[in-house]
Design a protein around this ligand. Structure first.
Ligand SMILES: Cc1cc2nc3c(=O)[nH]c(=O)nc-3n(C[C@H](O)[C@H](O)[C@H](O)COP(=O)(O)OP(=O)(O)OC[C@H]3O[C@@H](n4cnc5c(N)ncnc54)[C@H](O)[C@@H]3O)c2cc1C
Length: 297
């Protein structure tokens, strides 16, 4: 079986290539954009694509379609970033098939995804060629990525109509990249004041963790950036350690962290749902527990 991997981040490329091996792939080809550095022994073949100056990555549709025609994969695994979603959609059209999004699990070729905000599981089978947009951590880590990383440049194919980048401004990112963090501290509505988040930040400093949150803290209170909330409509993470502090453990949040290695929960309500889903729980007020933890660490 041949698998083609489309990813923007080296970590995701490695995870999807390992997933391809776990699916039984005997050939894994990967598309690398720009000067993206690939982890060693990641895939058999790497097709390097240079996006012309001033063009957006979204314009790589025709190039990715050409790589697809060249490789003729049985399965395409895609990191679900905004750019990759566009490329996957165009590729599905080109290949006369469909792209299956939000895949949490693959059982053979049947893809499971969350439905109705997590109230149901949707199971879908692919069309002619399988194109799956995989959630992070969907493959677990049972198999390692492998391959000689044999690299070949692939010529840019003009997509016709182009999306031009007129200007760009870096977003000021504060703190740790949550997708890459080994440890994540997530704050919920138990943090009554914005200034209470300093307690979570102090814990993050001790644990070298990234600070995330539940949706209300980002969407309603706007205390933390929108891109830091975790859950079905936010980030799906699989860190080694997840500290859920002052959050109730609603399913819409927990699906974003239930692949964490170890989950710790702190909540003053002993009946909070989060205690059914954590490995270790502390029943207590964050106002007391967090400073104590920070002092002890
Ligand atoms: C379609 C849909 C999609 C959604 N997607 C997401 C999503 O992606 N991510 C997400 O997070 N939510 C999402 N939600 C919202 C989700 O359903 C919950 O409402 C939300 O996760 C609850 O956030 P919370 O746990 O911070 O708040 P609450 O549910 O209000 O929980 C606060 C918790 O803090 C505890 N607490 C209070 N004070 C203290 C204290 N001093 N010390 C310790 N504990 C304390 C309380 O006991 C309580 O358990 C979605 C909802 C819908 C309908």
């Amino acid at each position: 079986m041949k698998v083609l991997v489309l990813a923007e981040r080296p970590g995701a490329a490695e995870e999807l290539s390992a997933g391809a091996r776990a699916m039984g792939a005997d050939e894994v080809a990967l598309v690398a954009f720009g000067d993206m550095e690939m982890p060693p022994s990641c895939a058999d073949l790497i097709y390097r694509v240079t996006v012309p100056e001033g063009l957006s990555l979204d314009n790589a549709t025709a190039t990715v379609n050409a790589i697809f025609d060249h490789v003729r994969p049985d399965v395409v695994l895609v990191e679900p970033t905004r750019h990759m979603r566009i490329l996957a959609g165009a590729l599905a059209f080109h290949g006369g098939t469909s792209a299956i999004a939000d895949v949490m699990e693959l059982d053979g070729d049947v893809a499971s995804s969350m439905y109705y905000g997590g109230a149901a599981i949707l199971k879908r089978k692919p069309g002619k060629t399988a194109i799956y947009l995989m959630q992070p951590g969907a493959f677990g880590d049972s198999v390692a990525a492998s391959g000689a990383n044999q690299e070949e440049p692939f010529a840019w194919v003009d997509p016709g109509a182009t999306v031009k980048v007129l200007s760009s401004e870096p977003i000021e990112k504060s703190g740790v990249d949550l997708q890459k963090a080994d440890v994540v501290v997530a704050a919920g509505r138990g943090f009554g004041l914005e200034s209470d988040l300093d307690m979570a930040r102090a814990l993050c400093d001790k644990l070298e963790a990234g600070l995330g949150c539940t949706r209300p803290l980002a969407e309603d209170m706007k205390w933390l950036p929108r891109e830091t909330y975790i859950g079905v409509s936010g980030l799906m993470l699989a860190p080694k350690v997840y500290v859920a502090a002052g959050l109730s453990g609603q399913m819409q949040h927990m699906v974003g962290c239930d692949r964490a290695g170890t989950i710790f929960a702190i909540n003053k309500d002993a009946d909070a749902a989060v205690f059914d889903q954590c490995d270790y729980g502390i029943v207590g007020d964050i106002q007391t527990v967090l400073p104590l933890l920070v002092n002890e660490l």
